[in-house]
Design a protein around this ligand. Structure first.
Ligand code: TRP
Ligand code: ZN
Length: 863
């Protein structure tokens, strides 16, 4: 229940159906920043033109600042008024020049939206609606201007001045200050505006585009971080070449700069020609970054670079179209990463991520379509659904069209919508037109929330196999009834006796509620391999037996399907164990043994395949998740696997050998398997496990091995545990990104005392909510630790709610993003549900709560 007072204060809802084109356009803007952390003066001068026949005033969005001056065509006017945070200026005529002046205080900007200070660097974050915190302007993505930006600042404190586009002039002033001017010729909306001022060092590179233009690249960081920037620079060059080769997309300015800052709400931001990054997605060297970090850096650098076309050259008409740029760009970065190493392992990782975050979102109170219908705070819609399910939609269209027609369709899209603000519908139309397909029913994927469930059953009679497929899309908040979707399902049949394929791989487009497919000349009992490559983002329910799944895990020729069969086998076993208290582990043990013993398989693939499904994914299969029973069932299977296959784990562990560190797919695969093996050796209770882990911790020449050993130690009851944590903290005391790992490893610990340890860590001198990475490393990590967060006394829920309320006062956007785990209360038993709900009610009733957190908490109570 929401009390009356809160209900009255409930913030306004923005609806997709209310979209109207802008009444005034702004072809050009000139900004002048007098930069000072305590008081920055922003002068804006821009031309406005009336768009269509109407009498509406010019509306400029603001965020609490008061205008120091407003001029129209060079004359100070008083006719303007403020409506809420916005400024309304009545205008006659078709075109005018507007000038405004405001003062803002970057130093006290703790929300990290607009112009703010991070470790002495002044930087901006404007997506989605941060620009209004800088100056008055139509802060909407369908108003595209060319920008001219002048910055003036103290030269000693801010020797480097960067903005979008190309640098055009710079100079010194007599008073120790200096200035620079930048011009961006490509029309862009406010959310892509950026500037940076600071004492930065640069790692420079060059890239020659396919048409022979030379682009100056720069990765800008604090001087001490410069040795950790080579990997990001390499990734950038690789991404630039990839986008030319795969999509025909060439870079368009003479410079491309990336700046890394420590305080950042998200991963990174694609500002035109001046990407700004969370330092965790730039800085890497073997001693401080894991293989996972290296991969994530390359993926995010590529993602932001790819936005130059899918986001910047073609942008979004309104924020309901967010997946137009994000879903497409995630698909592009996933394809890029797949091309850098093992495509199969990349697909497994992406599907695991989808199941860990998007499926639960789609099944819970915050479920929303890929193209939402309404929002209170747009920042809350930078979700796994918009990004990752959105990417699956693009992938399905690519599958339906095939590579050549998909490329023709993206060419058409870029050509037709270059320089404009487009919609998801525009993208799908191009797919249809250039692909020569009818996607009218496919469009439901943009409108309907919820993960489709597909049941698949195969029967065999004489020489004929009959496959029965049926689909069902579950109800989601506001969408009780669903229509059948278009599901591209790749499938193939294998012979149960011979192990031979009985058919080729086929692409079935299931677009009705139920369908029957008949296969003739099927001479032996068929085993169904379905949703190969995870061709559709659905849940498959099949009647395949443990024997069928074990068979596929050994014989399927599609690596993803092989992985999937093993996961399903493990999942079935763990679900049975959770519900019944015990289960037969033998089928899983045999399948894992077979996979470990197969020398033909890539080690990284083996490491993925032998990992048990996560506790939360097991919980998602159950009507009511019981975290303690799930934990016990999973630990029991881990122990049995550890004991039964002890020799194989030792062999996998030793195979990684003592070769010096190298970063390449082969070496990464060996490390990954070695560390999975270490986990199983520890789970087996082997007498030397503690010694092994501690030796690895001390001897490691890279962070992948060191952090994996620390994780094993942190989960253990061994004496070496405390020593390892202390050594790690001491060794990396001056590296905030590694300290995040120290907090995170403890927050994710499987030990029983984790809730108490985490509460203590929140009081540690190195802990602060003001830095989003640090807040997430403790509170975010703890809230996905199923055993600890869901401790039956409710202390985990109370802790997270307290942190959310405290963080909401500093940084609402980051606070709201920590809420979804509490919002999943309906998934748990009555006692836990009541405790979680009580915390949500307490959050909603908090005086002065932001609309960000209000939206997430109130929807979690209603949904
Ligand atoms: N467009 C950014 C990306 O996908 C996301 C982003 C960066 C963002 N900063 C943000 C979204 C702040 C919301 C708020 O790469
Ligand atoms: Zn993006």
């Amino acid at each position: 229940m929401i009390d009356a007072q809160t209900a009255i204060a409930a913030p306004a809802v923005t609806r997709r159906e209310d979209y109207r084109p802008p009444e005034w356009l702004v072809p050009e803007v000139v900004l002048d920043f007098d930069l000072d952390p305590a008081r920055t003066v922003v002068k804006a001068r821009f031309r406005v033109t009336r768009n269509g026949d109407h009498a509406a005033s010019l509306k400029l969005n603001g965020a609490g600042q008061a205008p120091l001056a407003v001029l129209v065509d060079g004359v100070a006017v008083n006719g303007w008024r403020q409506e809420g945070d916005d400024l309304l200026i009545p205008l006659d005529g078709a075109a005018h020049v507007i000038e405004t002046e405001v003062a803002i205080a970057p130093d006290s900007n703790t929300q990290l939206m607009g112009l703010y200070a991070s470790g002495g660097i002044l930087c901006t974050q404007c997506e989605a609606e941060g620009f209004r915190r800088i100056t008055y302007f139509p802060d909407r993505p369908d108003v595209l201007a060319t920008w001219h930006v002048k910055m003036t600042a103290d030269k000693a404190r801010f020797p480097v001045l960067l903005a979008n586009g190309d640098p055009i002039a710079a100079g010194d002033l007599a008073d120790g200050r200096h200035w620079a001017e930048w011009h961006d010729p490509f029309p862009k909306p406010t959310y892509l505006f950026a500037l940076v001022a600071g004492d930065l060092a640069v790692n420079r590179g060059t890239f020659v585009t396919q048409s022979g233009r030379e682009v100056a690249l720069g990765i800008w960081v604090r001087a001490a971080d410069l040795p950790r920037t080579d990997h990001a620079l390499d990734a950038l060059k690789t991404a630039m070449a990839w986008d030319e080769r795969v999509y025909g997309r060439e870079y368009d300015l003479d410079v491309f700069n990336i700046v890394a800052v420590d305080d950042f709400n998200f991963g990174a931001m694609e500002n035109k020609g001046l990407n700004i990054f969370n330092s965790r997605y730039i800085l890497a060297d073997p001693d401080t970054a894991t293989d996972y970090d290296y991969d994530a850096i390359a993926a995010v650098v590529a993602h932001e670079y790819f936005h130059n076309w899918s986001g910047n050259r073609v942008t979004c008409r309104d924020w309901f179209q967010l997946s137009l740029k994000e879903g497409f760009t995630v698909y592009r970065d996933q394809s890029f990463s797949a091309d850098q190493g093992s495509a199969a392992v990349k697909r497994i990782e992406d599907v695991r991520g989808l199941r860990a975050s998007q499926f639960p979102e789609d099944a819970g109170p915050l479920a929303h379509p890929v193209r939402p219908e309404s929002y209170i705070e747009i920042s809350n819609f930078y979700t796994a659904t918009i990004y990752n399910k959105g990417a699956e939609l693009i992938r399905m269209m690519a599958t339906i069209l095939g590579p050549a027609r998909f490329r023709a369709a993206t060419d058409l899209y870029f050509a037709r919508f270059d320089g404009t603000a487009a919609t998801c519908e525009d993208f799908v139309s191009c797919m249809e037109e250039a692909g020569g397909v009818d996607l009218s029913r496919f469009r439901l994927w943009y409108a309907q929330a919820g993960t489709p469930r597909v049941s698949a059953g195969i029967s065999h009679d004489g020489g004929r196999a009959t496959l029965r497929l049926a689909q069902h899309v579950p109800p989601t908040p506001g969408q009780p009834d669903k229509q059948p979707m278009v599901l591209p399902l790749k499938l193939r049949l294998f012979g149960a006796e011979t192990g031979k394929p009985l058919t080729d791989e086929q692409l079935v487009l299931l677009d009705t509620a139920a369908e029957t497919i008949v296969f003739d000349d099927v001479v032996e009992r068929p085993v169904l391999s379905i949703n190969r490559g995870f061709s559709a983002p659905v849940i498959i329910e099949s009647d395949r037996t443990a024997a069928d799944l074990a068979f596929l895990s050994a014989h399927d020729d599609d690596p993803f399907a092989r992985y999937e069969a093993m996961q399903q086998l493990m999942l079935d076993t763990l679900v049975a164990a959770t519900v019944e208290g015990r289960a037969d582990h033998q089928a899983v043990i045999r399948a894992v043994a077979g996979t470990l013993a197969n020398p033909a398989l890539d080690r990284a693939f083996v490491a993925e395949a032998v990992l048990l499904p996560s506790e939360s994914f097991i919980g998602d299969q159950l009507a009511t998740a019981d975290p303690d029973a799930i934990f016990d069932a999973r630990e029991a299977l881990r122990r049995d696997l550890g004991v039964a296959l002890a020799a194989a784990w030792r062999a996998a562990y030793d195979a990684a050998g003592n070769e010096p560190y190298a970063y390449n797919p082969h070496a990464k695969g060996l490390r990954r398997l070695r560390n999975v093996a270490l986990g199983y050796i520890a789970a087996s209770g082997a007498a030397d496990a503690a010694r092994l882990a501690f030796r690895q911790f001390e001897a490691a020449d890279n962070m992948t091995d060191r952090q994996a050993a620390l994780t094993t130690l942190a989960n253990s009851e061994w004496d070496e545990r405390e020593a390892a944590l202390d050594i790690f903290h001491y060794r990396y005391a001056d590296n905030p990104l590694v300290l995040d790992k120290w907090f995170q490893t403890q927050a994710l610990s499987t030990r029983g005392d984790t809730p108490a340890v985490v509460a203590q860590l929140a009081e540690h001198p190195d802990f602060t909510l003001a830095n989003p990475n640090r807040a997430r490393s403790l509170v975010g990590a703890f809230s996905v630790n199923q055993r600890a967060f869901h401790v039956i006394d409710g202390s985990g829920y109370r802790f997270v709610a307290d942190q959310i309320v405290a963080l909401d006062r500093i940084n609402p956007q980051t606070a709201a993003r920590l809420l979804p785990p509490l919002g999943r209360w309906r998934r748990f038993d009555e006692d836990r549900a009541a405790l979680m709900k009580a915390e949500l009610e307490r959050i909603v009733a908090t005086a002065g709560l932001s609309k960000d957190t209000f939206e997430q908490a109130s929807k979690s109570l209603e949904g």
